[in-house]
Design a protein around this ligand. Structure first.
Ligand SMILES: [Zn+2]
Length: 272
């Protein structure tokens, strides 16, 4: 009798766990579909479904991978796992807490093109960066309205006090067909959706040596600048344990207020 009761309790606990796992997974996927309405229409238990009918597998069937492996070969679900702490939280990221750095290459190649095949540069358009302060053009993708979003960021930054907006120019680069130094995967710059602001006032974990990561975040960028970018769908590299405080990239799916605030665990492959 006791054993049967115990088994029932275990079953109920597991069912509850799977239920909350599925809910977290759905909330993260819903946020992804909401973020890219021009491209995505939905998902089922196996695939993400694009507007043109393309299907992409959500899982690679390997839910347990090292962080280094996940950074290099992240599935669509891996890409959504870590929550991005929007707003001035002041929280110092834990080890390997890099929300946004896990990127599924096939997803972004389909969205913005493969720069090594010359597909990204065709979609770049000029935007004048801080017209009243710097006034020269940067090039950024027109896909997903990213150029309009960066123009709105530029307008708002230009209205900030001189001492604050000085951190935003001259920009250190936007489009650049290159890989990321430590992961070997394409940089968000290679898809034309990222900008590096004034490098002379920024900090990057590789400049300081990895020991600094354990000592906590190094940052000089004013929070007003981060708030403007986040309002328009750009996440900040200053919130990564592998910090890069000049870097902003367009990732509206991570700024959706209804996505899970906790790390999302996904249904085991056998359950889908
Ligand atoms: Zn960058």
């Amino acid at each position: 009798m006791c054993a049967r009761l115990l088994l029932s309790l275990i079953w109920l606990a597991l069912a509850g766990l799977w239920g909350s796992t599925a809910a977290g997974e759905r909330a993260a996927l819903d946020a992804l579909v909401r973020a890219y309405p021009d491209q995505l229409v939905g998902y089922d238990s196996v695939d993400l479904i694009w507007r043109d009918g393309t299907r992409m597998q959500l899982s690679d069937g390997r839910p347990v991978k090292s962080f280094a492996e996940t950074l290099r070969h992240g599935s669509l679900l891996d890409q959504l796992r870590l929550p991005y702490p929007a707003g001035a939280t002041g929280a110092v990221p834990g080890p390997d807490d890099d929300p946004g750095r896990i990127r599924n290459r096939a997803f972004f190649d389909k969205m913005y093109g493969d720069c090594w095949k010359g597909e990204v540069s065709l979609r770049l358009v000029p935007v004048v960066w801080l017209p009243r302060s710097w006034g020269r053009s940067i090039r950024i993708t027109s896909v997903n309205g990213v150029a309009e979003h960066i123009a709105a960021v530029s307008e708002e930054l230009d209205a900030l006090p001189d001492a604050v907006k000085r951190y935003a120019y001259p920009p250190a680069g936007t489009y650049n067909c290159r890989t990321v130094a430590d992961t070997g995967g394409p940089s968000m710059h290679s898809w034309g959706v990222a900008i590096d602001i004034n490098a002379a006032r920024a900090d990057y974990w590789l400049w300081h040596g990895s020991g600094v990561i354990d000592a906590g975040l190094v940052n000089r960028i004013p929070p007003e600048i981060v708030a403007v970018f986040e309002r328009h769908g750009f996440i900040w590299g200053g919130k990564w344990s592998h910090y890069d405080t000049m870097h902003f990239e367009y990732r509206p799916e991570l700024l959706d207020g209804d996505r899970p605030r906790e790390s999302v665990s996904f249904q085991p492959a056998a359950q889908r």
